[in-house]
Design a protein around this ligand. Sequence first.
Ligand code: BTN
Length: 318
Amino acid sequence: MKSKILNILRSSDTYVSGEEISKLLGISRAAIWKHINQLKKEGYQIDSLTKNGYKLISSPDILSFDEISPFLKTKFIGHDILYYESIDSTNTFAKSISQNCKDGLVIIAEEQTKGRGRLGRTWVSPKRKGIWMSIILHPNLPPSEAHKLTIITASSIYNTLCKFNVDIKIKWPNDILINGKKICGILTEMNAELNHINSLVIGIGINVNTEVEDFNEELTKIATSLRIETGKFIDRKKLTAEILNNFEDFYIDYLSTKDIRPYLEIVRKNSALINKYVEIIKPNEKYIAKVVDIDDDGQLVIDNDGKIEKLLSGEVSL
Ligand code: BTN
């Protein structure tokens, strides 16, 4: 009901009377007043005049379904959003419900107290500064194809961020960099049988309006945000919807064609690694090698002192 009231207020430039809302929604004026108060508590600025009714003045900078949905053009992803002010980790929560929920459910939090990165790292997720979300999917694919969905995610985020006119690169397998520093990480986790993915959680963390003070000294050297790089405050709701729109386009296309090449092409063309000497970090060894290519399976092709090797996943440092 609260969302319906919000939609009515949004669709009008002037005051909407309590009587009109009451007629449209079939609820009492007292009930409307209660919902309006709740909206105000959530940060909506609503002007109320005894004679004229209610007028929406401004909406809060939050990533709730009500704020994102006006920009969503998806067929199913994000049609349901579970929104939290604070959570330990959207991926941890998504994994716990992923088996029994709708395809395309999105978990979004304003803050994560135990945000997780790859390889057991911490993901710093300060309140209302970024996009911290997890998309739950039930693709009809074998587990061996899961890494391709990270490629689809990275390429769709790359395409979305291109509009900011900054130097964006994709660092295989799951990072997006601006001017050489990380602004986005992807954490793909799955629950699978030998031949079938039961559920997949794609965790996306984007430093959007994060400021230098939000990073510790160590992170300042390697991480950045859209705000730091563009000097502008970014509309997180629109950006969240655009990422979901682009991701779904790529995802649906990939599921129908099973052809990853168009997305790999985006990763290759805008790779932070190809033709660079990098440090390959394996559990028991580290060595320098030259990145030659990303092959059609999404594996990183490296030249290790004249010997060509392929990596399906792993850690590479520039
Ligand atoms: C990485 O670069 O190592 C991956 C970082 C992924 C961070 C996102 S934020 C939303 C989701 N929830 C988590 O705990 N992690 C992912």
